[in-house]
Design a protein around this ligand. Structure first.
Ligand code: SF4
Length: 74
């Protein structure tokens, strides 16, 4: 089990995370920013627990995010 931490305030809606980890990321029609599916807002960041098979693609999403808004913690 790992955790994704997402700072939505940094997001510019570039779609990179959606392309690399489409099961977890969507672009909001409301504000054009990414949504971390299944997350909860905790102290201004979105947090989601993910299973082991999701780690690799979300690590790639984090790596490709130009604003470094995504972190994956093992
Ligand atoms: S890759 Fe980063 S900046 Fe781009 S949509 Fe995803 S969270 Fe936002």
């Amino acid at each position: 089990m790992a955790t994704i931490i997402y700072q939505k305030n940094k997001c510019i809606g570039c779609h990179a995370c959606v392309e690399w980890a489409p099961d977890r990321w969507r672009i909001s029609r409301k504000d054009g920013k990414s949504i971390l599916m299944g997350s909860q807002l905790k102290k201004k960041v979105y947090v989601a627990a993910i299973n082991d098979r999701e780690v690799l693609q979300n690590l790639r999403a984090a790596e490709k995010c130009p604003l470094k808004a995504i972190k994956v913690c093992a």
